[in-house]
Ligand binder design. Structure first.
Ligand SMILES: Cc1cc2nc3c(=O)[nH]c(=O)nc-3n(C[C@H](O)[C@H](O)[C@H](O)COP(=O)(O)OP(=O)(O)OC[C@H]3O[C@@H](n4cnc5c(N)ncnc54)[C@H](O)[C@@H]3O)c2cc1C
Length: 453
């Protein structure tokens, strides 16, 4: 029987990148993910340099009967970028971004982070929808949908895809677009993880920035319910250019936040306006002016900096547990349930509860047009527990589940695939709804032996 060392040698012969096995000095570092709760031990980690490496790795796994997982930016909370005993194809070295200014499009490598994509596109005053933390991988974020500040303006990340290149389980490189392999194109937009290895994302770009109007408003929790009602009414009439989320989160222990509020839970509104900044500043000011916030800042900031505004809130390697559900609406009853549930102490400094605004261009796409079905929900609701010590695991998980259950009566029943945690993996029906059957068929057609984990 081949040993792990000889098996990795076998792959190394056809592979330009690096292949690590448990005896390699870099192995432990290479299996670290953003979520420090994940501790998986792959048999091999193949760090691909190019498409040919990806094809070699897929063919190798087929020949050895090994299962495969794919690592993009490593920010998936469930840790599905890694698997025990199988082969991980690590794409983090393939992060090139090529902008076509005339066509307003970009080809983005599967290892690129949002920060790398934004830097390249903003050099030309262009952008496409990404998430709210710029360290996140473009690949995983896009394959599950992709919600961010620009979503109401331009749709989800998947709504801006022109094409994808994907190596399927048979080792073939395929182009997926409206005209080529349209079934695969449909499935990769929202149901993408586990269908193959995407080696290129071609996005449509839009003029944005380089400076955009931004808002940060913090209200004390005592007045949080009233603030949230105003936020709901504001977002109901807001132009699509406004991307703004509400959070329950600890007040950061830094200036300009009032010192006596540091660490206390507040209701915050954070967001930006994708249009001309003079117009954006005026629009956002009317949200900031309401009530008596402890802090309100409406200012023009570079779009790239806006994209980084949450980066420090969730450091790499801390412990995380998430649950989420789409809300039918932010009714008075939902707000009251939330405020009551926030009574339980937050489990750690990296914890937050988020109400992410949807609607606008996201809601104008038909639920069956892509594998992502949740087009009519006005808000996504996430409970993001983040803490430092394993001893607090139980309390943190219980806190997350408690708030989740308190909000269940207000849920659509759906869940965002990108926010599924390890113990949510049986919720595929909730993630894909009426699209699930078609998605599973396409998955079976392209990967009948379930090579991809
Ligand atoms: C701090 C933080 C903030 C976030 N904010 C947002 C947000 O604002 N909006 C939002 O929509 N989501 C957000 N997310 C969720 C994020 O979209 C998902 O966690 C996403 O899966 C991360 O992608 P990744 O490439 O970094 O992760 P990975 O863990 O590398 O990958 C996630 C999944 O995608 C698969 N995958 C990755 N690359 C490929 C590829 N090239 N081909 C095939 N499969 C692949 C992996 O196998 C895995 O199953 C956030 C996550 C974090 C941790």
């Amino acid at each position: 029987m081949a040993t792990k060392n000889s098996t990795s040698k076998l792959l190394q012969d056809d592979f330009r990148g690096e292949v690590l096995n448990p005896a390699s000095p870099d192995y432990d570092q290479a299996r670290q993910l953003w979520n420090g709760m994940i501790d998986r031990r792959p048999a091999l980690i193949a760090r691909a340099r190019d498409v040919n490496d990806v094809i070699q790795a897929v063919n190798f796994a087929q020949s050895q009967g090994m299962r495969v997982s794919v690592r993009g930016g490593g920010h998936g909370v469930a840790g599905t970028a890694l698997l025990d005993d199988g082969l991980v194809i690590d794409l983090s070295g393939m992060h090139e971004v090529e902008v076509n200014v005339d066509q307003r499009s970009a080809n983005v490598g599967p290892g690129a982070t949002l920060e790398q994509m934004d830097a390249a596109t903003q050099a030309h005053g262009l952008a496409t929808t990404g998430g709210v933390d710029s360290r996140t991988g473009v690949a995983g974020l896009t394959l599950g949908g992709g919600m961010g500040w620009l979503g109401r303006s331009f749709g989800l990340s998947i709504d801006n895809l022109l094409s994808l290149d994907v190596v399927t389980a048979d080792g073939e490189l395929r182009r997926a677009s409206e005209d080529e392999n349209p079934d695969l194109f449909w499935a990769l937009r929202g149901g993408g993880a586990g269908l193959g290895v995407v080696t290129n994302f071609e996005f449509r770009l839009h003029p944005v920035g380089p400076e955009v109007a931004t808002i940060q408003v913090f209200h004390p929790l005592e007045r949080g319910g009233e603030a949230l009602r105003f936020f709901r009414d504001f977002m109901a009439d807001a132009p699509d250019a406004v991307g703004c989320n509400a959070f329950a989160m600890p007040v950061p222990p830094v200036e300009p936040f009032p010192e006596d509020q540091h660490g206390k839970i507040a209701i915050a509104f954070v967001g930006c306006h994708s249009g001309p900044k003079e117009i954006g500043l005026g629009t956002l000011q009317s949200l900031a002016d309401h009530g008596e916030p402890m802090l309100q800042m409406v200012q023009a900031v570079s779009y790239c900096d806006m994209q980084k505004s949450f980066n420090e809130a969730t450091p790499d390697g801390a412990r995380y547990y998430w649950k989420s559900q789409y809300l039918q609406d932010l009714s008075d009853a939902a707000i009251d349930s939330l405020i009551a549930a926030l009574d339980t102490p937050f489990p750690g400094p990296f914890s937050a509860v988020a109400i992410e605004s949807l609607g606008g261009a996201i809601g104008r796409v038909k639920p069956e047009a892509t594998a992502f079905p949740h087009r009519s929900a006005p808000f996504n609701f996430g409970i993001w527990a983040g803490w430092e010590h394993a001893a607090d695991d139980e309390q943190a998980i219980a806190w997350t589940r408690g708030i989740y259950e308190a909000m269940l009566p207000h849920s659509t029943g759906g869940v965002y695939a990108n926010y599924l945690d390890r113990d949510d993996q049986d919720r595929m029906q909730a993630a894909f709804g009426a699209n699930r059957e078609r998605l599973e068929k396409i998955r079976k057609d392209h990967d009948p032996l379930r090579l991809f984990a």
